[in-house]
Write a protein that binds this ligand. Structure first.
Ligand code: NAD
Length: 370
């Protein structure tokens, strides 16, 4: 039987409660679809700082290295905000993980479920049918470019950030984006600022070259300011959006807003191998942690992304997505998306419904096949 090792890094805030209810769903899906998962838990974030003094202890990194994927909850919280920036949970845990495993592409799918159309702040006729995916370059650009820092000049302080990209950094993330577009609606939009930025011109040139290997994919270009507007005016025009780091950071949060709750959106950070880090798009949500009200959909969808991108278990991934959709169709909602006649569920109850639906759908499918 195919076996996959997964490092489970639940972290802080709502991370542990979401991971705890999601693992049984992933186990069930693996059992139904004929593969085995070996989970190994490890400390990360503030919880790890309390226990070991480090947000990413060496033992955690070792566990990640002997795994094929990292299933991540969230890190951070008020307790650790006063630490120096380089010691804070997000920076001291996520950045080294991205670096160690060369996770240069961040994928964020945004889907508006018809059943949740009223959760979107957009008008139903605009949000209806949104199904897009943002591919954000994650390890280069202005966040990492050198020189960086502050210097004193005769006029006062000067702050410097450098936006720099090499062709090879663009090629590898563009290839990921084209491969994804091939499996979707075969449309890719490069988001840039080619009217003012030299780096954007290099992005255009490089992406046009890569596009020659993907003649089936329609390539479009859009300035980032226009893209920010188009995302709220007509988000259904997009399939895959390819963005450099800073533009992707901003646009992916804007796109998250379209869905209506951070509890609905998963994300994957991948590189050139099958290894990936899978986590909800949101953070540790200290305001609702421990109350049993967090929405587990994003965490469960992160598991589906892991099945799809790291294990190529597409059938199991689709079954999980279908089960979530069916539970929503039946009217069950966590507090963040509850409205009108929906039946309110706790985090745990919603996850149990998803597991029940997953099993029922599988049995129904087997009966139909026999
Ligand atoms: P957040 O994403 O944690 O919360 C923003 C809002 O969304 C809150 O109102 C929260 O209740 C809500 N929310 C988030 N996930 C939800 C869910 N599953 N169900 C229902 N509602 C949900 O962002 P924040 O408040 O800015 O940050 C809180 C902490 O998380 C900070 O310490 C921040 O550094 C950290 N953070 C971590 C990550 C990560 O681990 N990758 C990402 C972003 C923020």
């Amino acid at each position: 039987m195919k076996t996959y090792r997964v490092a489970v890094l639940a972290g802080d805030g709502i991370g542990p409660e979401l991971v705890r209810v999601t693992i049984p769903i992933l186990r069930l899906a693996s059992y139904l679809y004929g593969f085995e998962l070996i989970f190994e838990e490890a400390l990360v974030g503030g919880t790890a700082i309390e226990a070991t003094g480090k947000a990413l202890p060496p033992e955690t990194l070792e566990i990640c290295k002997r795994s094929q994927a990292i299933f991540f909850g969230a890190v951070g919280g008020k307790q650790w905000e006063s630490l120096p920036p380089e010691k804070q949970p997000e920076r001291a845990a996520l950045l080294p993980l991205r670096k160690t495993f060369s996770l240069f592409a961040n994928l964020r799918p945004v889907t508006c479920y018809p059943e949740l159309i009223e959760a979107s702040p957009l008008k139903p006729e605009i949000a209806s049918g949104v199904d897009l995916l943002i591919v954000r370059e994650l390890t280069g650009g202005i966040y990492f470019g050198q020189p960086k820092g502050r210097v004193l000049t005769e006029q006062g302080e000067r702050a410097i950030d450098t936006l720099v990209y090499d062709t090879s950094e663009i090629e590898r993330v563009a290839t990921v984006a084209f491969e994804i577009a091939l499996r979707r609606k075969k449309s890719l939009t490069l988001i840039d600022k080619a009217n003012v930025l030299e780096s954007s011109l290099l992005w255009r040139k490089t992406v046009k070259e890569i596009a020659k290997n993907y003649p089936e994919v329609e390539l479009k270009f859009m300035y980032v300011d226009n893209a920010a507007m188009q995302l709220v005016l007509k988000p259904t025009q997009f399939d895959v959006l390819l963005c450099e780091n800073l533009f992707g950071d901003i646009l992916s949060d804007e796109a998250a807003g379209i869905a209506g709750s951070l509890g609905l959106l998963a994300s994957a950070s991948i590189g050139s191998t099958k290894f990936g880090l899978y986590e909800p798009a949101g953070g540790s949500a200290p305001d609702i942690a421990g109350k049993g009200i967090a929405n587990p959909i994003a965490q469960i969808l992160s598991g589906a992304l892991m099945f799809e991108y790291s294990f190529q278990e597409e059938e199991a991934a689709q079954a999980i997505k279908d089960a979530i959709r069916d539970v929503l169709k039946d009217g069950y909602r966590t507090m963040d998306i509850a409205k009108g006649s929906s039946t309110y569920c706790t985090t745990e109850e919603f996850a149990e419904k998803v597991a029940q639906k997953l099993e029922a759908n599988f049995k129904k499918k087997k009966q139909q096949e026999s």
